[in-house]
Design a binder for this molecule. Structure first.
Ligand SMILES: [Zn+2]
Length: 57
């Protein structure tokens, strides 16, 4: 019983709402999803962070 409980806790810890990140295709840095911008001028579409997007305008 006790072992089951601890296993459950471990699983819960791993399921923490993980922040979704992406790798900017320009600077290569890992950024939160909120900073993700797609540059549709490029084919295929370039997924960059907002900093890079500003620089590319
Ligand atoms: Zn970037």
């Amino acid at each position: 019983m006790a072992a089951e409980t601890s296993k459950e806790e471990t699983r819960k810890k791993k399921q923490e709402p993980s922040e979704i990140t992406f790798n900017c295709q320009r600077c290569g840095r890992q950024k939160p999803l909120q900073e993700m911008r797609s540059v549709t001028r490029f084919v295929p579409v370039l997924i960059v962070c907002q900093d890079c997007q500003k620089e590319m305008q």
